[in-house]
Write a protein of this length. Structure first.
Lengths: 324, 346
């Protein structure tokens, strides 16, 4: 396909019995900012390592800039900048020297490297700290230096693995804005992994939801919501309590659940923290209220939920394991 | 031979590169360097500026001065009439001792391992722990560049250090005793230094192997030191225990005695320090003719006299080969382990 800078087809990687990445298909277009969103241990880092050719896939194929990273890792690494999770620098060298070293490894002359490094340090806001040893850098400064380190090779694609980990909120915002700015300015494709939904939402054009080694949904945030909740966009939360009669509450509850399930349009009913959640395709509040009224239970609260990003997150990462 | 060929290949490509680029120098006469060289230069700079290296070099320089001092103050007693090694007066600088202080060669065989271990034990694991390994590996370089360049850089530092030490000892001897070394003596000393480099390279590779195996530099250093102590202290004890129980009676046949001696020597030669000391003895004392037991039959009619350099080298060739083999085996294991490992950040 034209326009795709990264193509993953049927990618699988196993560690013994454990499948870290399971039959992954993903295309990333040139120039976009793509967010790989998933909880810890979802296989995001493994996928990134395979894209870079640092780990070989067990099955499937990776194509980056039209190249196969397993066959020509050096060519791929020339075009792809990678900022690892918890990037490390040589603490006894200054920020500038660290950048110059990377630049020299990419075949730049020392003078050109020094020039570029100085420019980039300015760009990421570290101009005053270039001659300070990296051992004395703060976490946020290290990440920004990491970004400069990735950019110094003038890459076509940059891959950032959990780049915002451990930075304070203001720093995160600044850092993400910087990434977005740079990407738009220099037309760099960015692949960015995170488990922070809000950060991904802030900068990414498209998002891939990644859980348990599988890609669940791809698209922009709106697409995601409709992909994930397309069948039942409304959830009605019903709070009930017993009216004090002798019959045990649980039996009553089961009856209500049954009654609710029989309403036309209700997809599923489940109980959560004493409240009933009914997933429906349309707004069925009236019908549900009637059903509850007809039982002997008292209606305590009623709440209609529409889905936001948080729900996407919780749906998949916390409560939604059965969905997988 | 993997690493030697890699390094040679690297040198060749660098040479070719140089030729193709001659005349095409960039603006201010600067040329982009090959990544291998970039890594090597950085490693050398790291070594040379590290406290560890300064301490190691201080220890070794001090002991060299000590041994040189004892050698110089005892050299007058070392000259005996009718000495078959009389013409190799200068070499005695490296070997004589008054019994209180070991000679230069013994010092090298004792401190060489420390130098090798000191320069290699954190080669890979410290990069991993600092999180720099995955960053460097994501640069357009082959993975083996890192381990090769680290080995080459440490070897380069060791070579420069031992060569300059050896030449300094020669110089000091020359100034003090005023007798210049003959060409053969000089060649013997050069071979001795080359041999020491090989010996230190063995320990260097072993500690690089441990640095690939263990994530903690302290564990790697301790294991390497444990191997060194085992070979220099415990192994000879164990060999003695084994051989003493097998010692033939005094009335045993010469063949039996011979076989026993050979067996004892074979066991001892598992130790790299034994190989090194046999090789240095032969090189520095030209009158040594054999490293194993000789029968009276073989001795009869032999005129005591020094061996020519070529013959001495021939005599120690098995030892040199053994040391080289040990070096290569540990490098290959480290290389394979490193290439197969999945590098994740920290």
């Amino acid at each position: 396909m034209a326009g795709n800078i990264i193509e993953l087809t049927g990618l699988t990687r196993r560690y013994g019995q454990f499948t870290a990445v399971d039959n992954l298909n993903l295309n990333i277009k040139k120039g976009e900012i793509f967010g790989l969103l998933g909880p810890n241990g979802a296989g995001k880092s493994t996928t990134i390592l395979m894209i870079l050719g640092l780990t070989e896939p067990d099955e499937g194929r990776v194509t980056v800039c039209g190249l196969d990273p397993t066959a020509s890792p050096v060519e791929v690494k020339r075009r792809v900048g990678y900022l690892p999770e918890e990037v490390g620098f040589y603490d006894d060298l200054t920020g500038l020297e660290n950048l110059v070293y990377t630049a020299c490894l990419n075949g730049m002359t020392r003078n050109a490297a020094r020039e570029n490094a100085t420019l980039l340090l300015e760009r990421v806001g570290l101009a005053d700290h270039g001659n300070k040893k990296t051992g004395k850098y703060s976490r946020g400064m290290r990440q920004r230096l990491g970004l400069a380190d990735v950019l110094i090779k003038e890459p076509e694609v940059i891959i950032l693995d959990e780049p915002t980990l451990g930075i304070d909120p203001a720093g995160v915002r600044e850092f993400l804005d910087l990434i977005a700015e740079l990407s738009h300015e220099q037309k760099i494709t960015v692949l960015f992994s995170s488990h922070h939904l809000h950060q991904v939402q802030q900068v990414c054009d498209r998002v891939g939801l990644f859980v348990g080694g599988k890609l669940l949904a791809v698209g922009d945030i709106k697409d995601l919501a409709s992909q994930l909740f397309g069948e039942d966009p409304y959830t009605i939360e019903v709070g009930i309590s017993s009216t004090g009669k002798t019959e045990p509450e649980t039996i009553k509850k089961d009856e209500v659940i049954k009654a609710l399930s029989q309403i036309d349009g209700v997809k599923s009913v489940r109980e959560e923290k004493g409240r009933l959640l009914a997933a429906c395709s349309t707004d069925l509040t009236d019908e549900i209220v009637h059903a509850v009224m007809n039982s002997d239970l008292r209606l305590v609260s009623l709440n209609m939920k529409s889905y936001g990003l948080d729900d996407i997150y919780y749906h998949y990462f916390e409560g939604g394991d059965d969905h997988v | 031979m993997i690493f030697i060929t890699t390094i040679l290949k690297e040198v060749m490509t660098m040479y070719n590169y140089l030729i193709t680029l001659t005349g095409k120098l960039r603006n201010n006469g600067e040329r982009a360097k090959r990544p291998f060289r970039v890594i090597m230069e950085k490693e050398i700079a790291d070594h040379v500026s590290s406290w560890r290296f300064i301490i190691l070099i201080a220890i070794i320089a001090l002991t060299c001065m000590g041994s040189l001092y004892t050698a110089l103050s005892n050299i007058s007693q070392a000259v005996k009439p009718n000495d078959p090694e009389g013409s190799f007066f200068f070499l005695k600088l490296f070997t004589i001792t008054d019994g209180t202080m070991p000679s230069f060669t013994v010092f090298i065989s004792f401190l060489g391992p420390l130098l090798g271990i000191g320069l290699g034990f954190d080669a890979i694991n410290s990069e991993h722990n600092r999180g720099t390994l995955s960053r460097v590996l994501s640069q357009p370089i082959h993975r083996d560049y890192i381990i090769n360049a680290k080995f080459a850089a440490a070897l380069f530092v060791i070579s420069v250090m031992l060569l300059s030490l050896g030449i300094m000892v020669m110089g000091a001897g020359l100034v003090t005793i005023g007798i210049p070394p003959t060409a053969e003596e000089f060649m013997r000393m050069v071979f001795f230094i080359l041999l020491s480099i090989l010996y230190v390279a063995f320990w260097l590779n072993m500690s690089i192997l441990f640095s690939v195996l263990f994530r903690q530099p302290a564990t790697a250093a301790l294991s390497a030191i444990a191997v060194w102590l085992f070979f220099s202290v415990f192994y000879p004890l164990i060999v003695n225990l084994i051989t003493r129980s097998m010692e033939p009676a005094a009335t045993a046949s010469p063949q039996q005695l011979m076989a026993f001696e050979q067996f004892h020597l074979t066991l001892m030669r598992v130790m790299p320090n034994q190989l090194f000391s046999e090789a240095t003895t032969t090189l520095m004392m030209p009158s040594v003719r054999s490293l194993g037991p000789l029968t009276m039959e073989q001795m009869i009619g032999a005129i005591p006299g020094p061996l020519p350099l070529g013959q001495s080298i021939l005599l120690v060739w098995p030892q040199v080969t053994g040391l080289m083999a040990g070096t290569i085996v540990s490098f290959v294991i480290a290389y394979i382990l490193f290439m197969r490992r999945e590098i994740r950040s920290r």
